[in-house]
Design a protein around this ligand. Structure first.
Ligand code: HEC
Length: 205
């Protein structure tokens, strides 16, 4: 065995060890940590009053949050929006304190949707920033609330035979999801945000 061959053996073994280390650190350790979270970890304990029109019980409401999350993934909202306040560039002046791991300890964050691009604003603590009505109008036609917005309108989640268009189950789920984002951490403790003084369009039958 010449010298070069010995080195390549060392590199091969080192490479294998690094692979195992990465698997432990990024695959197995996080899986062990999240499995320790109770089934309702971080999920709201009550339905905000306004959403009670649509969701009879907490299970339905939780289902809607997950439907909203799935649509957020399916429509690639994460391609333009991050859910992570980074410790750089004075971001905390714009979005509040830098995100902490505790904020992601809930089922809605499996998988986490940190995102990398910021075509639109960070949504990690979107809950309660806007009214439901604002979200319904914005999701249908972003330029109706924000002139010059480059965000596309998600018109297919609305029944367009009415005037104004009525949000379908999916649009309601997306808004429920958005209004929940980050509501679990306010002033360091988990809360269900207050959605009082918000009117909703009539419920879908
Ligand atoms: C092409 C990029 C793009 C995509 C895709 C996109 N957005 Fe946006 N979004 C933006 C931009 C730009 C803004 C800022 C202007 C505005 O308010 O419309 C914005 C604003 C928002 C806001 C307002 C945040 C605030 O507090 O001001 C919400 C909520 C939002 N988007 C949700 C969504 C959801 C949900 C989806 C997917 C269904 C989505 N966006 C997809 C670009 C995008």
């Amino acid at each position: 065995m010449n010298r070069l061959e010995r080195f390549s053996t060392i590199f091969l073994i080192a490479g294998f060890c690094f692979f195992i280390m990465a698997l432990l650190a990024l695959g197995i350790a996080p899986a062990l940590m999240t499995s320790g979270i109770p089934e309702d970890g971080g999920m709201p304990k009550e339905i905000p009053a306004e959403f009670q029109v649509y969701y009879k019980d907490l299970n339905e409401y939780h289902e809607a949050l997950f439907l909203g999350r799935d649509i957020y993934i399916k429509e690639a909202c994460w391609h333009c929006h991050s859910q992570y306040v980074r410790p750089v560039g004075g971001e905390s002046m714009m979005y509040g304190a830098v995100s902490t791991p505790g904020e992601y300890e809930n089922l809605l964050n499996r998988p986490h949707l940190f995102g990398t691009r910021r075509v639109g604003p960070d949504l990690t603590r979107e809950a309660g920033k806007k009214s439901n009505d604002w979200h319904f109008a914005h999701l249908y036609d972003p330029r109706s609330t924000t002139p010059n917005s480059v965000m596309p309108g998600y018109t297919w989640y609305y029944d367009e035979s009415t005037n104004p268009p009525t949000p379908k189950k999916e649009a309601i789920a997306v808004v429920a999801y958005l209004q929940q984002l980050g509501s679990w951490v306010k002033d360091g403790k988990r809360t269900v945000h207050d959605l009082n003084e918000v009117t909703l369009p009539p419920a879908e039958e």
